[in-house]
Design a protein around this ligand. Structure first.
Ligand code: KMH
Ligand code: ZN
Length: 270
């Protein structure tokens, strides 16, 4: 089995400081936590940014500042969000891609997020894929429901995505695919030879799904974007969630990949 890549989803768009005092908001805070999770065993930081009031933003300037601050502190792979927050326009969402970060997310379908709609039309998905290609950014396909894998593979067929294929299965979003073992296997079964995958899951599902990801030879995403708690009633930090996965994986004889090793797994060094 290849080494385990841990992605830390540090910020997200939905969590607030009222939910947890551990949420990073400013570029410096995000960078400090990126360095902390890198030290704890993460090789990828999935980031969103926030404005001064803590509201979700896709500002190119804020992303640029955050990327610079992270680069000063550590070598972690930075994966920017193109999902942004529900209700943002595609143009707004695409801003950080123009900075040519190493990676960016690419959601390949529309999904309900509870009572709101995370809209990704077929033409917008292609617009996003073309932008990532133009700026030479490696996509991570964000898969919130079963049919999204086939749409991702259609982009590959159309030549809009080339090179190594990496998927992130996000389970347990209310309106998306529920977090259970059979559903994870169903998603994995659709992947072509050579593709890699990460499992993320919301709330209390994060830890059991991560354990399954380690067992099945996949990779793991944890972090405050998806889950606020270390255990029932105890708030987590991004660092504590990553450190737990590294310990768990070590117990299961699965060493953790450094950022350099993760670049090799993802073909980012080619
Ligand atoms: N905030 C969600 C609407 C991504 O980062 O690409 C979308 C999201 C996915 O978080
Ligand atoms: Zn995100």
């Amino acid at each position: 089995m290849e080494k385990l890549m841990i992605t830390a989803a540090l910020v997200g768009a939905e969590v607030t400081r009222e939910d947890t005092p551990h949420l990073p908001i400013t570029p410096e805070e995000i960078a400090e936590q990126a360095a902390e999770v890198c030290e704890a065993g993460a090789s990828i930081a999935h980031i969103h940014v926030r404005d001064q009031e803590g509201r979700p933003s896709q500002s190119r300037e804020l992303y640029e500042e955050t990327l610079n601050e992270i680069g000063k502190r550590c070598d972690i792979i930075v994966q920017v969000s193109t999902g942004g927050a529900v209700g943002m326009t595609p143009e707004e969402r695409l801003q950080p891609v123009t900075l040519s970060p190493e990676m960016a997310t690419l959601t390949t379908g529309t999904v309900n997020f509870g009572d709101v709609v995370f809209l990704n039309t077929p033409s917008d998905i292609r617009k996003f894929a073309a932008a990532l290609q133009r700026y030479q950014v490696r996509p991570e396909f964000e898969i919130f429901d079963t049919g999204m894998v086939q749409t991702a593979l259609a982009l590959v067929k159309e030549g809009l995505v080339t090179g190594h294929l990496h998927f992130d299965f996000v389970l347990g979003v209310p309106g998306g695919i529920p977090a259970d073992a059979r559903n994870l296997l169903l998603l994995i079964d659709q992947l072509p030879e050579g593709a890699t995958w990460t499992v993320a899951a919301v709330g209390r599902h994060q830890l059991p799904m991560a354990a399954l990801g380690i067992t099945l030879g996949g990779h793991v995403r944890v972090g405050l974007e998806d889950n606020l708690y270390y255990r029932k009633g105890e708030l987590a930090t991004n660092g504590s969630l990553v450190a737990r996965i590294k310990r768990l994986a070590a117990e299961m004889e699965r060493p953790t990949a450094s950022p350099t090793e993760a670049r090799r797994i993802l073909g980012l060094d080619e």
